[in-house]
Design a protein around this ligand. Structure first.
Ligand code: SF4
Length: 199
């Protein structure tokens, strides 16, 4: 047996945002079943049981979307309790979750902190750049809400990093973006390169 990692998408590609370069939204429009809806308890139990019982030493469980927090905090409370139940070999379980930050509140932060989640928060540069590309379904910029999520994380001591999509416009302003992040105290950063034209 080896350490294992699993990536879980509890709400399929569903999301409360409509970013200009969302790969998943595009993917959904091109497949036979656009959304598989919310993962049921039977499926999450099956996944956890198999992955935890077949892992040696450590098991990494990551949640992505769409926006995984749309599954609701009760789904995650149940998930963590199932994982504990299946962890008969007492291995280390590392949790991670990627979020756009819109639903983050004190309750989520307590949950992340108590269960040692590493959270990735999607922020794409300064307010000006972020709001141009990362919008709600109704077309409003989301920087204020996302930056507020970072503040709540800081208050609760949640471990998080900033995940940034580097597209042509942002790539031309990396000094400005890096300084902006540094001044905000966002020292843990990840970058993914966007290779296509944004329409
Ligand atoms: S937050 Fe993520 S999943 Fe949602 S629209 Fe933006 S890129 Fe897509």
């Amino acid at each position: 047996m080896k350490p294992m990692s699993v990536l879980i998408k509890p709400v399929s590609g569903n999301c409360d945002m409509k970013c200009a370069y969302c790969f998943y939204r595009d993917e959904q429009t091109h497949r036979n079943v656009s959304s598989f809806g919310m993962m049921n308890d039977r499926t999450i139990k099956n996944v956890l049981r198999k992955v935890i019982l077949h892992s040696a030493g450590v098991c990494s469980i990551a949640f992505q979307g769409g926006e995984p927090t749309l599954a609701g905090i009760d789904f995650f409370l149940r998930t963590v309790s199932y994982a504990k139940r299946f962890n008969r070999n007492n291995i280390r379980i590392d949790y991670a979750l990627q979020t756009n930050g819109l639903n983050i509140n004190e309750q989520w932060c307590r949950f992340f902190k108590e269960n040692h989640f590493l959270v990735g928060l999607s922020i794409d540069g300064t307010r000006e750049i972020h709001d141009k590309y990362r919008r709600t379904v109704s077309g409003h910029g989301t920087f204020s809400q996302t930056a507020k999520a970072a503040e709540v994380f800081d208050r609760h001591g949640v471990a998080y990093n900033i995940l940034t999509v580097v597209h042509r416009e942002l790539a031309a302003r990396t000094d400005e973006v890096y300084t902006f992040y540094k001044n905000r105290g966002w020292h843990y950063q990840q970058y993914i390169v966007f290779l296509f034209e944004i329409h």
